[in-house]
Design a protein around this ligand. Structure first.
Ligand SMILES: Cc1ncc(COP(=O)(O)O)c(C=O)c1O
Length: 369
């Protein structure tokens, strides 16, 4: 049940379209892994996953075991990889739900030596190739991991992956080094562990820029939501993406204030002339950050500035004329031929587009179209 008149609209057709465009970049037989961590980058993981599976995606990726179990509880049976380090005490949950975990430490495996699983646990090993976040750093460490797996009947390595630090920059030397290092570690793994392995190295930026180097799967995240991973990648103009997330609200009060009157806490905005002010029911408790003061929204396709401090639940905008209470306000998305992109909001906040849908809290209902 939705009572409030502020909502995010998620266009699932756009997500399907984006996946199809991304797929076209990849060589034949190479596949898309749908990244739906962080509740599908704030779009809703279950709905996004179902859309992705409908257009042929057959592998999903999340960061947390909780996120994977949520997909299972919502009827999703496709393979799921968890990239975060899951505490060993919960490994049996992954095995029970047929969820693949990431392993990069022999110690982790030692701790589950005596565990009893309903089903064997599938793991992908992560190689540390230059990101210096998580992963197996050396062939010696890889050997200790494989030796341990070889002693365990209830654990199988089914894949090997890495993650790039600079794939969103054009022609990065670090990318080349990481890609080479991955191949070295993969070769060592194949010798130590002669079983079929699923290989995957890249995220959206890598998949868009280096599509011929992505191996079995590309882990497309931000791009399936219609957002480009960076300005540089957007400029390549080799894939057309449609932003799937829009954010709307409505005016709940419209009034004319007199010249000299101010708006909101701290009276940081003072009207220079008699001014129409509209109140919009969204605030920083919804993740609509106070720093967005000075940014704008769209009313009837026209930019209206956000004036005065943003409150916890509401904010005020300066209107060009009187509007009715109930007038639609577009905070992100298209309105009468004008558009506020996720990138515009990110630029104002001096951050990346990834952060914007993630920061908008669950107080904002997601409506699917
Ligand atoms: C290991 C890994 N793969 C893939 C992705 C997806 O990245 P993107 O959203 O840039 O496509 C992420 C995101 O952080 C990640 O950590």
């Amino acid at each position: 049940m939705r009572y409030r008149n502020t909502w995010a609209e998620i266009n699932l057709d756009a997500i399907g379209y984006n996946i199809q465009q991304l797929k076209k970049l990849l060589p034949d037989g190479h596949k898309v892994m749908g990244v739906v961590k962080a509740d599908g980058y704030g779009h809703g993981s279950v709905q996004v996953a179902k859309t992705a599976l409908d257009v042929g995606v057959d592998f999903l990726m999340v960061a947390l075991l909780e996120e994977a179990v949520k997909l299972r509880e919502n009827g999703i049976t496709a393979p799921i990889l968890v990239i975060g380090r899951v505490p060993t005490s919960h490994a049996h949950v992954a095995a029970k739900h047929n969820i693949t975990l990431t392993v990069f430490q022999a110690e982790w495996l030692k701790k589950i030596r005596n565990a009893e699983f309903e089903e064997p646990l599938s793991v992908h090993v992560e190689f540390e190739t230059g990101m210096n976040r998580t992963g197996i750093c050396t062939t010696e460490d890889l050997k200790t991991v494989v030796d341990e797996v070889n002693q365990l009947d209830h654990v199988q390595i089914t894949g090997a992956y890495t993650h790039f630090a600079t794939a969103d920059e054009i022609e990065s030397a670090l990318f080349d080094q990481q890609r080479k290092r991955y191949d070295e570690l993969l070769e060592a793994l194949r010798e130590l562990y002669p079983h079929p392995l699923m290989t995957h190295v890249g995220n959206s930026a890598a998949g868009i820029q280096y599509s011929d180097q992505m191996l079995h799967y590309t882990r497309f995240g931000v791009s399936i939501y219609g957002l480009y991973p960076s300005h540089d990648i957007r400029k390549l103009e080799n894939v057309d993406l449609k932003q799937a997330f829009s954010l709307y609200s409505e005016l709940i009060q419209v009034k004319k204030i007199k010249a000299g009157e101010s708006v909101s806490y701290g009276a940081t905005f003072t009207a220079e002339e008699d001014t129409w002010i509209g109140t919009v029911p969204i605030g920083y408790a919804d993740g609509w950050r106070r720093k967005l003061q000075g940014f704008h929204v769209l009313v009837n396709g026209k930019k209206m500035p956000i004036v005065g401090r943003i409150c916890m639940d509401v904010m005020m905008i300066k209107l060009d004329k009187e509007y009715e209470v109930g007038q639609k306000v577009t905070l992100i998305g298209e309105d009468n031929g004008a558009m506020i992109e996720m990138d515009d909001v990110a630029k104002h906040l001096d951050t990346i587009n990834y952060e914007i849908p993630c920061m908008l809290t669950s107080r904002i209902p997601r409506v699917y179209v």
